[in-house]
Structure formats: C-alpha cells, structure tokens
Design a protein around this ligand. Sequence first.
Ligand code: ZN
Length: 653
Amino acid sequence: MTKDTFQYTDERFADLQLLRYKVSGFEHLSLKQKILIYHLSEAALWGRDILWDQNCRYNLRIRQLLEAIYTDYPGDRQTADFREFTVYLKRVWFSNGIHHHYGSQKLRPGFSRKFFRQAVNAVPAGKLPLGEGQDSAESLIEELLPVLFDPQVMSKRVNQAEGEDLLLTSACNYYGPDITQEEAEEFYRCQKELGDKLRPVMYGMNSQLVKEDGTLKERIWRSGGMYGPAIDRIIEELQAAIPYAENKRQQAVIKKLIAFYRTGDLKTFDQYTILWVEDTEGEVDFTNGFTEVYGDPLGLKASWEGYVNFTDREATRRTQILSENVQWFEDHSPVDARFKKSVCKGVSARVVNAAILGGDLYPSSAIGINLPNNDWVRAEHGSKSVTIGNLTHAYDEAAKGSGMRREFVIDAKTVGMLDKYADACDDLHTDLHECLGHGSGRILPGIDPDSLKAYGSTIEEARADLFGLYYMADEKLIELGLLPDKEAYKAQYYSYLMNGLLTQMVRIEPGHQIEEAHMRNRALISRWTLKHFPQALRLTEHQGKTYVEVLDYPTLRTAFGTLLAEVQRIKSEGDYDAARTLVENFGIKVDAELHAQILERYKKLDLAAYKGFINPRYEPERNAAGKITDIRVIYGEAYDQQMLRYSRVYHTL
Ligand code: ZN
C-alpha cells in the first residue's frame, strides 16, 4: 500500500480551519460521467451570489469593497490593522457574509474604523460598490460603518429569541426590512388556507416577501425575476449537462429543474423533487436550488445550495443494508404505534464522494444530507440520503492527534474504547440518522407539518439523532454485520454525550446561548438524559475539570428510547407547547461557569472550532477540434485565490 500523502489541512485563522477533500474515484469514472460532473459543478458555483444576498442585503457590496481593499490597497500591508483586516475578510468569505456561519452573530472586525476609512479612500474609485445616489467614498463609508462596526446594527442573521419580533430583529434578507413577524405569518397562513391541504407546496420557499405601496408581495426567485441573472447561468450549465446525463430519468430531472427555475412555480418544484427522489439508478447525483430553511427564523425561506456527488460503491454497502431493513427498524422502534409508518417507502441511502460544494454547503458543509424536505413528498415517494465519505475522511484525518480525547474523556480506558470504535460508530450513527431517522414515523392526518414553528428544526434533528442512538445499542446491527461487537455502541454513547454536555460548547462565544438546530438538539438529548436518568449518567469533577461519567450504558438506551417516543409524539401531534418546553428547558441555555471551564481547556489545545473545505478545480482538456477529451482535477488552489476567483468568475448579482 502507498502512503496517503494528500494534504488534508490548510489555513487556520480565528475559529476556523480550512481542509481539502480528495475526489477519490473520479479517475475511474467514464468521460461522459466526468463531463456531467463538470457541468453540474459549474451550475453549483453559479448560485454563490444568491446565498450572499439571502444572508444579508449588504453582503454583496461589502464583499466587493473588502476584496478591492485586499487586492488594491497601496499602503503598508504589515500593520496590525491590515493583518486583522485580512482575517476579517477570510471570515466573511467563510460565512458567505458578515454574520458567523454557525452562530449567526455579526463578526467583529479587529481593525479600526480609522483604517477602514483610509483604506476605502485609497481604493480606485471605479472599484467601489457605490449604492444608489452615492457619488463618493465618503458616502459609502458613512453607510457601511455602522453595518460593519456597530454591534447593535444587524446584530444577528437569524434571531430566534422568544418574545422578540423574529423578523425585525434578524438581518437575513428573506423579508423586507419593514415586515413584521405577524404580517409574514398571517400572509402565509392565508396562502396555506387557500391551498391544497393534502399535498401542500413549500409556501414562501423561493421568494422574498416585501411591502409595495402598503401591500405584501412576493419577489419570486426565478429567471426574469429576483436573482434572475444568477439563475440564468445555472440554467445554462444544467442545459449543457443534459446530453451527458446517465439515463432518461436523470435527463427528466434536470429538465424539470430548469422548468422550475424558469417559472418559480412551486408545484413544478414538487414534481421535480418527486422525479429526483425516484432517480436512484445513476452514480452521479446533485442538489441545486433553494433547499434548507435554517436561515429563516420562520423556517419557510430556503437558502440556495448546490453540490455534486457520485457513489462510493464500497462504502454504500452499509447504507444499503439499512435501507433493506427499513421496515424492521420502523416496526421495532419504541414510539407509539399510531405514529409509525405501516409501510416504509424507498429510503435510499448511498455513501458518496463530493465533487464540488457550493452555496450554503461551501466552505462549511454537512456530511450527511437527506432530501427532499417536503413532508408529503417524503411520505408518498420516500427520500434520498447520502453520507459524504470523502468529507468525513478529511475530518477524521484532520482530527488525528488533536488531543481532544486526552483532555475531555474521563479515563484511559474510555479513551481506548473511543480510539478503537469511534470513527466507525460515528459513520454508522450518521447513516442511521439520515437513512432511517428522518424518514421514520408519520404525522397524524390533519396536523400542519409546520406546527412546531421555530422549534421544528431542533425537534426534527433530535428525532433523527435519537432514532440512531436507540438503535446503536441494538444487536440487530451486529447481526447485520455493521458493528463488530456488543461493546462498540458504548463509544458512540460516550462521545455523543460528551459532545452534547461539554465539548460542543467550544463553538459558542462567552455569554451567548445555543442557536443552531443540530447543537440545540444534542444539548436537549444529553441534558434531558442527565436530568431524568441520574442512575446512568452524571457529571463528575476531577482537579477542577468536569467530565462525563457513564454509570450504566444499557440504561442510557432506555433513556434514548423514552425520549424518542416523546419527541415523535410531539412531531406527530404537532404539540407546539411540548416542543417549546423541551427545547427551552434543555436545548438553549448555557451554564456560564461550565462554559468558561470548557473554553479554557479547549484553548490550551489550540484547535479551530469549525472547519470548511477548499474545492478542487475541474479543468476540461480539449483536442484540436475543441472536443473535451478529459476533465482534470486540480488541487492546491489557495483559499484566498479560490474566493477571489469565484467572486470574479461567478459574479452575477
Ligand atoms: Zn438531520
């Protein structure tokens, strides 16, 4: 065997670390598949500006300005101000805007206002992103100073604090700045009432809600509409991909997506997702469009994302086994029979390698994805799940030797257990979460799938995680050859609880609460278990350090099963009050003293809390007649060069 010399880790700054992923297996694909991936990758990159604008209405202009300073500033680049400016720009790139990609709080510039003024004035006037009615650097500076520096202005991208107007206090650009939460909720309540109750479209998913002459109106994201110039370029690449599709079905998928981008019609979108979910024969697959709703405090508007993947045949065995047994898992789950699916449909699951990451999946990416998000489509047509093997592999490689386990795991015996089982268990838990967890259970007839409102995402993630945790300890997994023995699950239980109770706090700034849905869900599960099952789990102190101590692993399984039953009931019945109580009591608040201790211990390890990926480049090789003869994968582009290139080449809005 040859040693793996691929350079997985790259730049490190602020709380961020850049990694690279290897597109393993690309060289074994056919030329046709490679060209398909090439065009779909281009389509995934052309939507970048949409996401920037969705995240905050100032983002695109601020990016243009910061990049102009970065490339054209004629002054001294060795000063502390310029170094801080560079870090800030790199963080803005990473976040696709001026708010933290995960916590959503506004990033604080480390450079002075004075430097900012001087730098903007030093940039060639032609490069300034002047707004309407602006004729000088001075007016631009006056406009942007508070947006960049004033902590009160646009302080959060997504505010979920109870009791506040979530729209007026969120900086995301999904609603006009003057639209209240009540107005928007009323607007969509009316749409829902008038629409199909049995098979509702994803109301509001692909538009900005604005007020014109006192009337609420949707600006639809489509060709010829809002974001039209970006969408037109996406359509061009999708069209170029069609001749290289792997089969007729995939061609139909791409054509339907184009039809959706042309019309913005949400019924067409549902038709597209149905075609997409039923297209499982090819090796190459992609997501391109308005997808996840975490960025909207009301959970309606979908951020743009794009990525392309192809099957990792070897690793797909694992998820195929799970899918083949989907009904067994549904039948044996600890939830009330009324909330189970009598027939589980088509949960397809593959392990894939990512070929490109774009939009809301770049540079920070999910490692498991389950789509579509429309509940009735999932119930009637199933869903597609992937776990992205080459990203997970890059994470694992980067984590080696990080010292986290040595610092936070209670004793050497447990460290040994984690070293032995944790990587494999983690992959399996992700598979269970994605292929079985999200697809399990059913909502009672007549219940609005959005009943849980702002708590919906957290409850849904908790449901999928609990489903996975409950089954990790089931001997069925050993019988299916997915786990080696009866001890393995303990590694997953320990590392999950350690993360939920202690180590995930390293991602939160002092004084802040837990905001992100997946983090809230992990805190919720872990702290609920800590409170209700003290005979199985406790926190212990040793020399001023807090550790997770598991007293009884089998009882933990009982705890996860009990909570799974309750969380499923909440989702099935749309019990908003119970969802709120669970999330508010266990998922949000941070114990300041414990938080400080964790941060202190973590700081000593000198690691980054978040990781993201630099994409490879695809370069077509052509013969004399201009025909593509191969696609080359090029690694090694620097982070800043990639970001500047994307801003230059894929600049549409
Ligand atoms: Zn999930």
